[in-house]
Design a protein around this ligand. Structure first.
Ligand code: OAD
Length: 250
């Protein structure tokens, strides 16, 4: 048995016994759908674009047209992308455990398109816009407009995403903390874990006695229960893990 097989088998047993599994995902889970991550060298969005210009309230105030063009392009790419085996594995896992809470930092909507329900979106969504005047959220707007306007009052709309220097949506953050404190297994998948407060969730889960898996391309494979790390692709590792849980249940 390889190291990875051993870690997967150990984790599958924890999942099989779990009452509540909480999963935090980041850009890495959508990488195999062709959506760029933020911090991977060469391909990461923040190696090509300036977050101060494109993802901050000051950048939007300076040049809303530029910011809207960037988000419109990302929204079109997200709509053209398909969920990958990692997204689907989480849908399957949710059916195998008594409770699964999915928290994502992603704004691409791919978890929902794969079939995940009640996804907690910590950083908003590319598929929503918000009125600058009164905060009303819209799920459709005139996509051809360079500066889309609120269909109710005509004020400028902004993407309903969290920008640098902004607070996370309170209800989403509270739900994320509650699920992190309550779970017995916690997964962190495809996130570099550098952006707070999401970055602290695995540590909070560990401190509460949960079994924690960190899965991304940068960690080394090791099992030091209760903290497991796997270096691998989410689209390959998660389906294997879910198949192993399925066999345990059979
Ligand atoms: P990052 O780009 O910081 O990290 C992506 C992580 O995914 C890295 O650790 C990669 O190793 C890993 N990765 C890449 N491909 C993978 C694959 N196929 N399978 C598994 N892991 C893979 O993205 P996030 O951690 O999501 O915030 O970034 C967090 C936040 O920073 C984003 O939500 C965004 C950004 O600024 C806002 O825009 C508010």
């Amino acid at each position: 048995m390889s190291d990875l097989d051993e870690v997967i088998t150990a984790l599958a047993h924890h999942l099989h016994a779990a009452q509540h599994v909480t999963v935090l995902t980041g850009a890495g889970i959508s990488a195999e759908s062709g959506i760029p991550t933020f911090r991977d060298a060469q391909t990461g969005l923040w190696s090509q674009f300036d977050p101060e210009e494109l993802a901050s309230p000051a950048g939007f105030a300076r040049n809303p047209g530029l910011v809207w063009r960037w988000y419109a392009e990302r929204r079109i790419k997200a709509c053209a992308a398909q969920p990958n085996p990692a997204h689907y594995a989480l849908v399957d896992l949710a059916k195998m455990v008594p409770k699964l809470t999915l928290i994502t930092q992603n704004i691409d909507g791919l978890h929902q398109r794969a079939g995940s329900q009640d996804v907690i979106e910590l950083h908003g969504s590319l598929h929503r816009a918000r009125c600058m005047a009164d905060g009303t959220v819209h799920t459709t707007w005139d996509y051809d407009e360079e500066l889309p306007q609120c269909p109710d009052c005509g004020a400028l709309l902004r993407p309903d995403v969290v920008w640098f220097g902004e607070y996370l949506p309170v209800a989403a953050l509270e739900a994320a903390y509650t699920a992190t404190l309550d779970c017995d297994v916690f997964f962190s998948i495809g996130t570099s874990g550098v952006v707070e407060p999401a970055a602290s969730l695995p540590r909070i889960a560990l401190s509460r006695g949960a079994t924690v898996l960190i899965l991304n391309l940068e960690q080394t494979t090791a099992a030091r229960p209760p903290l497991f790390t796997i270096h691998g692709k989410a689209g390959e590792v998660l389906p294997r893990l879910v198949s192993t849980v399925r066999r345990l249940r059979a």
